[in-house]
Design a protein around this ligand. Structure first.
Ligand SMILES: [Zn+2]
Length: 47
């Protein structure tokens, strides 16, 4: 039942990548922050 409902509502999960140091949102493939150079990128899913 639940599976059927899910297939009716195709949802693409949005993943946000953000610098932990300055909070800037960066591209998915970004390794280091373009703003501050930190290699500390956090990734989390938003709905
Ligand atoms: Zn940064």
């Amino acid at each position: 039942m639940i599976e059927r409902l899910r297939s009716l509502l195709p949802r693409t999960p949005t993943v946000v990548h953000e610098c932990r140091q300055c909070g800037r949102t960066v591209e998915e493939s970004t390794d280091s922050c373009p703003a501050c150079g930190a290699r500390n990128i956090a990734s989390y899913a938003v709905e």
